[in-house]
Each structure stands twice: as C-alpha cells, then as structure tokens.
Design a protein around this ligand. Structure first.
Ligand code: GDP
Ligand code: GDP
Length: 438
C-alpha cells in the first residue's frame, strides 16, 4: 500500500521545483475542497518503470543569507531523512560545489539513507564538461548529470532512485501494523502523549522490521495490536518556532498524515478548536484517513456534569466537516483515558477499511430513496440506478444515475448518512462519486 517516497533536497535555485514539476507531470494530486483548508503542493504522485512513488519537494523557502541557507538545508535534509526512502540531492553545475552542498551531503551520508546525487543544468547532451567531475568530491558516488529544464538524464536519475525502492513485499510486511500519526499545533501535547504511550504501556519499542525508517518511527505492541507511531523525531524535536521554520513542521506533519492509516488530531482543551486545528484536521480528512479527535489537557478544564457534552458540541462546530470522528478527552500528563486510545485507533482503522457488499448497499438505496424522494428540477427527477463500493481507505461509493446535476450535495450527504447509520460507520471520511448512465 505505502508507496516509496522520494525527496528532493538542495540549495535554493538549483532547480528543485523544475525537477519536481517534471516528475509530477500531469499527475499532481487533485485537491478536494474543504472550506478553510489549503493544501501546499509539496508532494505529488509519479511512477517509474511501473512502480508508483510519491515525490516531495522540501524546498519552497527563500532564505535571505548564507546562514539561513545552511539552516534551512539542514531542516530539509532532516525532513527528508525522516520520511523518504530515497533522497535526491540536487546541485548546480554552474555554481559548482558549495560549502552548503558539502555540509548537507555529509549529513545525508551519516543518515544511512540511500542518496542519489544529481548535477542539474547540464543542458548540453553528450560528455559532461570538466566542472562536472568536481561533484565526485561530495563522496556520494557517481553524480548524475541532468537538465531538469530539458529533461536530459532524468531517466537515468530515476533508474538509480528506483534501485533503492524497498521491495514490494517489504512494504506489505510494514502494512501489518497500523500506522498512527499524532498531529496538532505546537504545544498541544504530542510529545507528552507519545512519551506516555511509549513509556507506560510496557511496550516493546523497537525498530520496525523491514523498513529503512527505523530511526524515526516507533513500534508499539500491546494487547490491542501492533502499531507504528510515525515520525516520532518530528514530534519530539523542539525547534524555535520561527515563521519560516514553522513551514518545515507543517511539511513534516503533512507527510506523516500521508503515510498514516489513522490520524490522531489533538486539540488543546484550554484553547478549543483554533483555525490552525481546522487546517490540520482538514488535511487528514482530505487525505481520506481514519480520524480520531483527541482533546488533551482535560485535567486543566474546570468541569461540572455537562462540560464534556458541551465541549463535544463546540468541537463538532469547529470541525464541522468531520462529524464522523470520535472525540476522546484525555490528559497526556495524568494519563487519564489514554488507554482508551488504542481501542479507538483499531476501531476507526477497521471502519476505514470497511467493505460493504453491493447487494446491501442497494437495499439501503431503495429504502432511502423511498423515504426521501430524490430531487427534481423542471419536472426531471434524479434517478439512482445503483450503487457500489469502488474502494476502501476511505470507503468510496460510486452512484450511477440519470443526471449528475440533479444529484445535489445535500442528497449525497443524506445517502452517506444512511449508509453510516446502517453500518455504524464512524471514524472515517466517506467519498461519493457520481456517474451518469443514460
Ligand atoms: P529551486 O529553488 O531549487 O526550486 O529552483 P527552481 O526550480 O525554481 O529553478 C531555479 C532557476 O533555475 C529557474 O530560473 C529555472 O528556470 C532554472 N533551471 C532549473 N533547471 C534548469 C536546467 O536544467 N537548466 C537551466 N539552464 N536552468 C534551469
Ligand atoms: P507538543 O509541542 O505538541 O509536542 O507539546 P508537548 O508535549 O511538548 O506539551 C506542551 C506543554 O503542555 C508541556 O509543558 C506539557 O507538559 C504540557 N502538557 C501536555 N499535555 C498535557 C496535559 O494533558 N495536561 C497538562 N496540564 N499539561 C500538558
């Protein structure tokens, strides 16, 4: 299931975006609209030799001086080391090897991750110029001369990256575990929760077998099953939150969402749902992931008999696009209800993977359309012929109908709710796809 991830790292202006766009081609991920959610275009799906992979561009920041360049390149490299299976370091033939290139090359080398070195702006096909050989000094093996602009050498570069993709069966082994991402704004309590989960449950914290991501993903095995907490380094690491650096933590969190099966969305009980929370949760929703809303620091809230109920309503208002997600009130600090988390993770994971037989779906459809008539417009009535589940993760239903324009969002929502009700489907987004058939 998980696709190999290729990260592009390099100084500003070496051509990272150019290469990213070339690899992404027309396959840039299509972003769904959820109000209040924007999705940075930092990763895209691509394929090479029949193998799908995700490419991420860790750039996109304009540093103002050499010091900043170095600082950003380190953050870039760190992000890539956390998430990528293969890292492409891009350099620039025209500027030659710089001190920043050297610094990052040695950092990448120490990580033990597979690295492929590209020398960009080799715009003339044929033998490389003399300057090219200087790049051997980076100690990353044979450099690949490319022109991201014209496309020369990109195939050979991808061949080299492809050689490092994890074997397909290795990925499957990884898949037995439920991959969990803890997401939320700084100071919400992600590292506190992680520490509690890793420390208290008398878990086996070990490297996840068969992955090259062992340094940053933590395995937790307990009575509820096998789990992998994603990018624990990104969660634990405290960087001074500077506006530009913040972009890297956002990127890390997006990548964690992308790799996760289940997203635990953390809200600070003392602050309620903020705009930033809405954004972060929207990423998980749009990515079709199973979701749990965790309200943390519950120990700090003054309570009476109805506090939890009222609070739940407010959370639902703030995250109106995910009415399906269970809400759990915890304290990472005291440990209150943290033990409930694993059962919930399991539950929403199952829901995200649920398959509903076509026969049962159409029985629901018949009943639902009898109860509430489909909409009409100018005497023409929507007719839904049948419905089938096309895929899981998230459950995606295809409805065949006479006229898609009549199939209003509210009626789709009505059908979705009928399905949810009958199958007790919670904890996962659901997609409805409308197809016309004459
Ligand atoms: P980034 O900052 O690393 O993302 O770099 P960009 O992709 O934005 O490219 C920086 C500049 O280099 C742009 O003006 C590109 O047009 C140019 N550029 C990128 N790739 C090539 C290439 O292969 N050859 C040449 N001649 N220019 C390139
Ligand atoms: P992160 O930035 O999301 O990883 O947040 P941290 O785990 O570092 O927590 C930020 C601050 O909130 C720390 O001072 C924690 O001690 C505190 N904190 C975290 N969880 C709780 C909680 O459940 N209750 C209380 N009272 N404080 C908490």
């Amino acid at each position: 299931m998980a696709k190999p991830i290729v990260a592009i790292v390099g100084r500003p202006n070496v051509g990272k975006s150019q290469l990213f766009n070339r690899l992404a081609g027309k396959r840039l991920s299509i972003v769904e609209d959820t109000p209040g959610v924007t999705r940075d275009r930092l990763y895209a799906d691509s394929d090479w030799r029949g193998r799908d992979f995700t490419v991420i561009d860790t750039g996109g920041i304009e540093p103002s001086n050499d010091n900043e360049i170095l600082q950003f390149m380190r953050l870039q490299a760190e992000t890539a080391i956390s998430h990528a299976d293969v890292i492409i370091l891009i350099t620039d033939l025209r500027t030659g090897v710089t001190a920043a290139d050297q610094d990052v090359a040695s950092m990448l080398l120490r990580s033990g991750k597979p690295i492929v070195l590209a020398v960009n702006k080799c715009d003339k096909p044929g033998d490389p110029p003399a300057e090219f050989y200087e790049f051997y000094n980076l100690g990353l093996g044979e450099p690949f001369g490319i022109s991201a602009l014209h496309g020369y050498g990109v195939g050979e570069l991808l061949d080299a990256a492809y050689e490092h993709f994890p074997a397909a069966d290795e990925e499957e082994e990884d898949d037995e575990r439920i991959r969990v991402a803890l997401i939320g704004k700084p100071n919400v309590g992600k590292s506190s929760l992680l520490n509690r989960v890793l420390g208290e449950e008398r878990v086996i914290v070990s490297n996840v077998a068969g992955t090259t991501r062992d340094s940053v993903d933590a395995a937790v095995d307990n009575a509820h099953g096998k789990f992998t907490f994603i990018d624990t380094a990104g969660i634990r690491k405290k960087s001074k939150v500077d506006e530009k650096i913040e972009k890297f933590s956002v990127m890390r969190s997006l990548l964690a969402v992308e790799r996760a099966d289940v997203c635990v969305i953390m809200i600070d009980a003392t602050e309620g749902v903020t705009e930033q929370d809405t954004k972060v949760a929207g990423e998980a929703h749009n990515a079709g992931k199973a979701c749990i809303i965790v309200v943390n620091k519950w120990d700090l809230v003054e309570k009476d008999g109805s506090t939890m109920k009222e609070y739940t309503l407010r959370v639902r208002e703030g995250l109106a696009y995910m009415p399906y997600a269970p809400v759990l009130f915890i304290s990472a600090q005291t440990g209150q209800r943290v033990d409930k988390l694993f059962a919930l993770i399991h539950e929403v994971y199952e829901q995200n993977h649920m398959r509903i037989p076509t026969g049962r779906l159409n029985a629901i459809l018949a009943e639902a359309t009898a109860r509430v008539q489909p909409p009409t417009d100018k005497g023409r009535r929507l007719r839904i012929f049948y419905m089938t589940q096309a895929s899981t993760c998230p459950p995606t239903f295809v409805c065949f109908c006479n006229d898609a324009r009549l199939f209003h969002f509210s009626y789709q929502r009505y059908l979705e709710n009928q399905i949810r009700e009958v199958f007790g489907l919670t904890g996962t987004p659901v997609r409805m796809v409308v197809r016309e058939r004459g």
